[in-house]
Design a protein. Structure first.
Ligand code: HEM
Length: 527
């Protein structure tokens, strides 16, 4: 018995030593591999200045042309490897995802909450993701079509006759849809208002300079975040005391979850994830919706075709007297293609950030441990090898499916977006009501002004604004970092006009601002 014990111990030690030596040797060999081509720029500063002073599209494109699909650089204080091929993006996000962890600045973690799923890569991430996915699955969303449609219709009504910032209107819409997914129909108007007021203060501070000096956007946001947490705690307490709710919303999934040992999620874990989902859902969907409106307006023929598709549904619903059904939202092929092409063109998440947790070899190059790794979605979406005439808005290109890993507006792999179905549902509902009942016309005019925290740069007739302050921070491109703003008015058409096409008229001047907090350009040039 003793002898067999010793043999086991000896064999284990020998195996451990052998593995250690193999890993060490491999590590040494790996370190001999060349780094990807590219320039690390000046000491400390790297190529940050070039990235910020050039059109970011040009920054990436020129390096891709010079060095190929994988290149190194140094920006915002970090050495980075940028990858612009579908295979490389797949390697980082899917096949070798365990070698790369998500990476965000600390201030973002502080604002959203460290327990939000996108900061994690382990079992905890998998557990939370499963719950989020379940409450955003098509099965769960079926029951929400009517409410989401109602929310879109109400937002349009509140916009009727007013010249408002489109992006702000869309943010309101996506916030309310987020609230619906999280709390179902169980939230009082008073609670909703309290959440909304505090959420928008947090939102304002999210991209600001992280200083706790009283009165700054950041410090206000931190205070508002505390209040959000208190409100969420009260809601959770009430939910736990109540009988089980009939429909399953995200909050009930979180509150009712137990592991094998009967352990529950802690309140702070739930509230961080609720705030996280609200953030992930908001600016992303609002940006895409804003671009969709613009693309439709730029393509009158396409707008007419989308309108025809939507009118057929509108009429079959007794001219809007019956609500949209889930099945109807699944059979809007042209509108769907317009959404897909808008996602491609605007590529509102231009890239994502990961960090190599070990030395990684890719195509004979070394990606050193600790380096930031950025799959460049936007460059893949705008590569003429995969999309002919890529700068042209052409929804018909989605009549055939894109090649694998060439279309990743919602990311890919373990951290890919669980909200893609609800985002599309929101877009379908919004477009349906907009084109069947309203008219708008854009006559845009560039009139950006300079403010103390923002730098404006003219770029092909657009006002591109980015926060200098935010540029001090490394890494993250969280979904909510991007936005497009425009101001215009919509006008409700009369019932008669709904059925006959009303001549389009210009109702106001419009200003496009593309907020690029990291100075990384995320959207296409309106023409
Ligand atoms: C058009 C709208 C949207 C776009 C383009 C978008 C895009 C993305 C992308 C690219 C990622 C992956 C980021 C990465 O890999 O680093 C992501 C993650 C995520 N999105 Fe979305 N998103 C949208 C809407 C939504 C909505 C409506 C929700 C929720 C209701 C949502 C919830 C999330 C969450 C929770 C994650 C983190 C997933 C994880 O880490 O496992 N998103 N989104």
């Amino acid at each position: 018995m003793e002898i067999s014990c010793s043999i086991i111990i000896f064999t284990s030690l020998a195996l451990a030593l052998f593995s250690y030596l193999v890993i060490r040797k491999r590590g040494k060999q790996m370190r001999k591999l060349p780094l990807p081509p590219g320039s690390m720029g000046l000491p400390y500063i790297g190529e940050t200045f070039q990235l910020y002073s050039q059109d970011p599209n040009v920054f990436f494109a020129s390096r891709l042309k010079k060095y190929g699909e994988i290149f190194k650089t140094h920006v915002l204080g970090y050495p980075c490897v940028m990858l612009a091929s579908p295979e490389a993006a797949r390697m980082v996000l899917v096949s070798e995802a365990h070698l790369f962890k998500p990476t965000y600045p600390r201030s973002k973690e502080q604002m959203i909450g460290p327990w939000a799923l996108f900061f994690h890569q382990d079992d905890y991430h998998a557990r939370i993701r499963k719950l989020v996915q379940a409450s955003l699955s098509p099965e769960s969303l079926r029951g929400l079509v009517h409410q989401i449609e109602g929310t879109a219709a109400a937002i349009l009504r509140s916009w009727d006759g007013h010249a408002l910032s489109t992006f702000q209107v869309m943010k309101k819409l996506s916030f309310h849809v987020g609230i619906l997914v999280i709390f179902g129909r169980h939230l009082s108007e008073q609670r909703k208002k309290a959440l909304e007021n505090n959420y928008f203060i947090v939102d304002k501070g999210y991209n600001s300079f992280p200083t706790n000096f009283p009165g700054t956007l950041f410090s206000n946001a931190i205070k508002a975040r505390k209040r959000l947490r208190e409100i969420l705690n009260e809601i959770m307490k009430e939910r736990r005391e109540k009988e089980a709710v009939v429909e399953k919303d995200l909050l009930s999934c979180f509150v009712e979850w137990r592991d094998e040992k009967g352990e529950q999620l802690r309140d702070e874990q739930i509230s961080d994830n609720i705030i996280g989902v609200l953030f992930a859902a908001q600016d992303t969907t609002a940006s895409v919706l804003t671009w969709i409106v613009k693309y439709l307006n730029d393509n009158p023929k396409l707008l007419m075709e989308v309108k025809a598709e939507q009118m057929a549904i509108y009429e079959s619903n007794g001219c809007g007297r019956q609500p949209l059904t889930w099945a109807q939202t699944r059979s809007m092929p042209l509108t769907h293609r317009v959404i897909l092409e808008s996602l491609r063109m605007a590529s509102i998440i231009s890239f994502t950030f990961r960090e190599a947790v070990v030395d990684v070899e890719y195509k004979g190059y070394l990606i050193p441990k600790g380096w930031k790794v950025m799959p460049l979605f936007r460059n893949i979406h705008h590569n003429s090898e995969f999309y002919s005439d890529p700068e042209k808005f052409d929804s018909s290109r989605f009549e055939v499916s894109p090649k694998p890993n060439t279309f990743m507006p919602f990311g890919n792999g373990v951290h890919s977006c669980p909200g893609n179905e609800i985002a599309k549902l929101e877009m379908f509902s919004f477009i349906h009501h907009l084109v069947t009942q309203y008219r708008l016309a854009l006559n845009w005019k560039d009139n950006g002004t300079i403010s103390s925290t923002c730098m404006y740069s003219r770029w092909l007739g657009l006002t591109i604004r980015w926060s200098i302050v935010h540029s001090l921070f490394p890494s993250t491109v969280s979904p909510s970092d991007f936005g497009v703003q425009s101001t215009y008015e919509i006008v409700r058409a009369s019932d008669k006009q709904v059925l006959e096409e009303m001549p389009r008229r210009t109702v106001c001047n419009k200003t496009w601002h593309i907020c690029v907090p990291l100075a990384i350009f995320t959207s296409t040039t309106p023409k």
